[in-house]
Design a protein. Structure first.
Length: 220
């Protein structure tokens, strides 16, 4: 597991400053692994983050959180709390949203709705699995106390999304159909948690049909 981002103050401290003390710390709130280095030559501490694991982010392409430096343990702890951990959470969310959107756009362009039968193509099943792994985190982000209060329609949408996945066991045709038809709305909610997002549905809303027979799919 490498450092995130791939360059910066922490790399420099590790490579050129011959630190006297270094440690790995885990922040259980979000699963982040942090690297703490005491650079005695420059008389300061440098703290950065490790790359998130594949269960959190399959492909790390987004810009990572900036390292923090401070001259005392107290100031270092405050910088980690106030800057590094929030930056880490924001960078992880950006990566998860980019991954979810890329998978969904690929699936929507490669397959016709109503033409996907089980067993699913492995690439399609893998993309669905990545999305389903992210769903709880995305919904928790939308519902966090600091976010804009959800409208009744948005609350009903999230409740329905969760109930549908729970009833389907997250691996059947219903989950596939929900992902292809409603996944973009969840992504939009998570990307813009502090502004109105979903308009109320029209009076006659089309209910998604049976799960989406395979057409030619692009390899990912």
């Amino acid at each position: 597991m490498g450092l995130w981002p791939f360059g910066g103050a922490l790399h420099k401290a590790l490579e050129t400053s011959h630190p006297s003390v270094s440690a790995h710390l885990r922040h259980d709130g979000d699963g982040a692994w942090l690297v703490v280095v005491h650079d005695a030559w420059h008389a300061h501490y440098v703290v950065g983050a490790m790359l998130p694991g594949p269960d959190e982010l399959d492909t790390v392409a987004s810009e990572g959180p900036a390292c923090v430096t401070a001259t005392t343990i107290e100031a270092t702890a405050a910088a980690v709390r106030d800057r590094l951990l929030p930056d880490y959470a924001a960078a992880l969310l950006r990566g998860q949203l980019a991954e979810a959107e890329e998978d969904l756009r690929w699936a929507q362009e490669s397959y016709e709705p109503g033409e996907i039968l089980e067993p699913f193509d492995p690439a399609l099943a893998g993309a669905l699995a990545r999305f389903l792994n992210q769903v709880p985190r995305l919904i928790a982000h939308v519902r966090r106390p600091q976010a804009l209060q959800l409208s009744p329609h948005e609350t009903a949408f999230l409740d329905s999304f969760e109930a549908t996945l729970e009833s389907d066991g997250q691996d059947g045709t219903v989950a596939m159909s929900l992902w292809l038809t409603e996944g973009d709305q969840l992504i939009d909610l998570a990307r813009n948690p502090d502004q109105p997002r979903l308009a109320p549905p029209p009076a006659t809303r089309r209910v998604p049909g049976p799960a989406p027979v395979l057409s030619a799919a692009r390899s990912r």
